[in-house]
Design a protein around this ligand. Structure first.
Ligand code: AMP
Ligand code: ZN
Length: 670
């Protein structure tokens, strides 16, 4: 290496170290010390250097957090140190018994305990060598697990490089979790795309570890909480010390952990968190108590399954008993059936509970729950309470098992259940009222046709009055028909009809989203519209042609094909066409469509003279560019109008991003 090269290497290494530090401040300590813009600037600098100098590639560079590698089969790897399970306890007596067993082995020597929260996710073991992340492996059967390193590296709070005084080689164990906040956001996005929401954060977190596409994992707001260091010669003499050390090396260790000098202090910890756990940002199902001294831990050893020096204490979920009055069945927009338990109202965790979810037929069968039963209800991490079981001693002899409905409660159609699916579906898509109104409500929603003056309730009213049977019918509504409806007046009826009329201007890509093809969300609709340019072309597209489009997979392609194979849909589309709804990219748009801006990312800021902000954004997309809402190192141009915010300008200038005017931009696409 010559001198110049050495300098570049040092510069790259310095940047990596600095960025690691800032990552740590942001994702682990929750306490950033520089602005996002400064961070982006440094990251961009590093990206550029790495691009120019591939010889200094490092698989643990902070630029590689976005994932991208795809794993078809995860390698099986043996754990150097077995990953044990934990024994469970459910009462203070259980814990006092445990203490007695400890005493038998360690004698009268004082025993202190580290108390930690028990995080509910998927366990992981991460190996580090010389301060660098080497490998991450799932628990598996405890002896061997799956190598999920590429996926774990995308989790921002997992350090790729350590700092401080770490042992040369060790494994660290922890839990991959999905905080409530991120979980709820993921579900909102799924529901908007017509997909079923995930059941709970824990299963979603553990499912995420085994996704083949690491870029997909990178998008999930996963977190990793650590609780154990394993290895030879780690120089650690107590559990509490290991937590402190792990924290100092850069790991995320929640600071709830506490040292208790005796069982009374352990109980205090349990009582405190039993009361306060609902305020935590993630799920916990208990507390883990560990003998603090490593020497004592060694003395105690393991049983066949679990360490003798640790014990999980499971919180009791707040439970109540009440009577199951009836089971009703709800039908969703996609036809999915959800059984609901209607309960004799009962007070539980501070709220009155009247209903509980029964999920599906399997769940009812498993619980063997029957109308009239006295049931145990519980409030877990989920918002809707669950039925946990039946008090059989109170069951009257003359009720038989619950027979799951065979026909739709709303339309009478025989239900279907696809192989491998838990849910029953009503297949009567076009005749089942909640499915019909659900689709119309989606059609008029803000991100779809955005029809002013029409809301969810009015849709039901119009449907019940027989004025509309599908969303195409909206376009033949007359003011005179609407006025007599409940809560309608001349003015509101006028607004409604006008709003519908105006929606004929909504561009094709949003119409495509509005018609509600399963799995075709906003982004997918845009992609399909840009690629096929008209609904006719999309209708004719084969499965093979569909999957060739960027980001369109088998599931979406199949759903599109199925949609157009159905005569009813074709008829609705024909009618929309006849009413003048935009079913192809407009001439003007077609003319204006180029690939001139392909690969370029724009941020639009300020007020413009010749075009509106939205027109400007459309021009960017029509010409193959991307619009982003915030300036980062990835931005290619900032199009600045009048009154561009000074902080935005500063940020763009700091990052060295070209700021162009409206005229510059228009010239660019001429
Ligand atoms: P279980 O799955 O009920 O057998 O409980 C054992 C699991 O609890 C372990 O494999 C860990 O994944 C998990 N766990 C969560 N928090 C902790 C903690 N603070 N200490 C030890 N194990 C924990
Ligand atoms: Zn139905």
């Amino acid at each position: 290496m010559d001198k110049a090269q050495l300098e570049i290497r040092d510069q790259i290494n310095n940047l990596r170290t600095v960025l690691q530090e800032h990552n740590h401040n942001y994702y682990v300590l929750d306490n950033p010390t520089i602005s996002d813009y400064e961070f982006d600037m440094l990251l961009k600098q590093l990206q550029e250097l790495e691009e120019k100098h591939p010889e200094f590639h490092d698989p643990n560079s902070p630029t590689l957090r976005v994932g991208g590698e795809v794993t078809k089969n995860f390698d099986t790897v043996s754990h150097e140190f077995r990953m044990y399970s934990l024994d469970n306890s459910y009462s203070k007596e259980d814990l006092l018994d445990w203490e007695k067993r400890i005493r038998k082995i360690v004698g009268e020597a004082p025993v202190s305990y580290t108390c930690e929260l028990k995080y509910d996710g998927a366990s992981i073991s991460i190996s580090y060598e010389n301060g660098t992340l080497l490998r991450a492996v799932t628990r598996g059967d405890g002896f061997q697990g799956d190598d999920v390193t590429t996926n774990i590296k995308t989790i921002r709070s997992v350090p790729l490089k350590l700092k401080g005084d770490y042992p040369e080689k060790f494994d660290i164990r922890g839990e991959i979790i999905l905080p409530f906040d991120g979980f709820n956001k993921m579900n909102e996005a799924r529901v908007a795309a017509g997909e079923d929401p995930y059941m709970n954060p824990r299963n979603t977190a553990s499912g995420s570890l085994k996704l083949q596409d690491s870029a997909e994992v990178a998008k999930r707001p996963l977190d990793c909480l650590l609780y154990n260091i394993t290895g030879n010669n780690t120089g650690i003499s107590s559990q509490i010390e290991s937590l402190e050390k792990a924290r100092a090396w850069g790991f995320k260790v929640p600071d709830a952990a506490k040292l208790a000098q005796n069982m009374d202090e352990v109980f205090e910890f349990i009582n405190y968190w039993d009361e306060h756990r609902s305020g935590l940002p993630y799920e916990t199902d208990g507390v883990v108590i560990k003998v603090n001294s490593m020497d004592q831990q060694d003395e105690l050893g393991h049983t066949a399954k679990a360490p003798r020096w640790a014990m999980a204490y499971k919180f009791k979920s707040e439970q109540a008993t009440t009577i199951l009055n009836s089971i009703t069945y709800q039908v969703g927009r996609t036809g999915a059936i959800t059984p609901v338990a209607n309960l004799e109202p009962v007070l539980l965790a501070g709220t009155t509970v009247k209903r509980a979810s029964l999920h599906n037929a399997d769940q009812i069968e498993k619980l063997d729950v029957r109308v009239g039963d006295t049931v145990y209800v519980e409030k877990g991490g989920e918002i809707i309470p669950k039925i946990m079981g039946v008090d059989l001693s109170k069951r009257s002899k003359d009720v038989g098992p619950t027979i799951y409905i065979t026909h739709c409660p709303e339309c009478g159609t025989e239900l279907e259940r696809k192989e491998g699916e838990a849910q029953h579906y009503c297949p009567n898509q076009y005749g089942c009222p909640p499915q019909i109104t659900g689709r119309i409500q989606h059609f008029i929603s803000r991100k779809a046709m955005d029809i002013d003056g029409l809301g969810a309730e009015t849709v039901e009213l119009l449907f019940n009055e027989g004025l509309i049977k599908d969303y195409a019918d909206l376009y033949k509504l007359k003011k005179e028909e609407v006025i007599p409806l409940e809560r309608m007046a001349e003015k509101s009826a006028e607004n409604l009809v006008m709003g519908i009329e105006k929606s004929k201007e909504i561009p094709f890509e949003r119409v495509l989203y509005a018609i509600g093809i399963r799995f075709v969300g906003e982004t997918v609709a845009k992609k399909l519209a840009r690629h096929f340019k008209s609904i006719d072309a999309l209708k004719e597209a084969s499965f093979e042609q569909l999957v060739q489009v960027d980001e369109i997979g088998d599931k979406i392609a199949q759903s599109v094909n199925e949609f157009f194979a159905d005569e009813t849909n074709v008829d609705i589309i024909d009618r929309l066409n006849a009413y003048g709804v935009q079913l192809k990219i407009s001439e003007a748009q077609l003319e204006g469509q180029t690939d001139k801006l392909s690969g370029k990312i724009f941020v639009v800021s300020g007020v413009f003279a010749k075009v509106s902000r939205n027109e400007l954004k459309k021009l960017i997309e029509d010409n193959g560019g991307k619009v982003s809402s915030s300036i980062s190192s990835k931005t290619t141009f900032v199009v600045a109008g009048e009154n561009m915010g000074p902080s935005k300008r500063q940020k763009a200038e700091g990052l060295g991003i070209a700021i162009i005017s409206e005229d510059d931009f228009l010239a660019m696409i001429q």
